[in-house]
Design a protein around this ligand. Structure first.
Ligand SMILES: [Mn+2]
Length: 201
């Protein structure tokens, strides 16, 4: 059975549709109005080997918080739906990802409980692009939205680094690879729910 999901979410602040295939090849098709977040979503798909389609609009005249947070929420909803009852998955995954001077770490438990630990010292200075800057404090909002909607425990740490671009990108790469590992089917327990409780909700 295909582990895929499609979710649309419309509020007075944002309008987001995401399609996700957990067992993809890492292809991303994005219509996303914040350049740096598009770069991160593309990176996330590639490193997670997820196929990802994102169409998003939002009230960027306010700031970038609503759109980035809501993107995390809808992506998390897609993960929850695509994982279903989580039969056969490895459940946990981790990745230590070096990117030049930066070292990022991600640890995931597809526990059914949304919990984020986020320890990344960013400068707070926006990343400047040609059309718009990226509001880097929304990275934590993205992941908080994701874990809450997905029911996933996620620890994200920047262990060292200088460049905010590298820090955020290394976090997305580490998270993608940890999530890929956690969501993969373990052939030794492909018919089992990976919990002594018998359910993961
Ligand atoms: Mn980059």
């Amino acid at each position: 059975m295909a582990r895929q999901a499609e979710i649309s979410r419309v509020t007075k602040e944002t309008d987001i549709t995401i399609r996700l295939n957990l067992d993809g090849v890492g292809e991303a098709t994005l219509a996303y109005p914040i350049g740096f977040m598009g770069h991160m979503l593309n990176t996330f798909a590639r490193h997670g080997l997820f196929d990802l389609e994102v169409q998003a609009r939002g009230d960027l005249e306010v700031d970038q918080h609503h759109l980035v947070e809501d993107t995390g929420i809808v992506l998390g909803q897609c993960f929850a739906k695509a994982l279903g009852e989580k039969r056969g998955i490895r459940r946990v995954g981790n990745c230590l990802y070096p990117m030049d001077e930066t070292l990022a770490r991600a640890a995931v438990d597809v526990s059914g409980r949304g919990f984020l630990v986020f320890d990344a010292q960013l400068s707070g200075i926006p990343l400047v692009s040609g059309s718009a800057s990226f509001q880097t404090d929304t990275v934590e909002d993205f992941w908080q939205g994701f874990v809450s909607a997905a029911g996933i425990t996620l620890h994200l740490d920047i262990l060292r680094g200088r460049s905010d671009h590298h820090k955020i990108e290394a976090l997305f790469k580490a998270a993608a690879r940890a999530l890929r590992e956690a969501a993969e089917i373990d052939p030794r327990s492909a018919d089992l729910i990976p919990s002594t409780k018998g359910v993961l909700v």
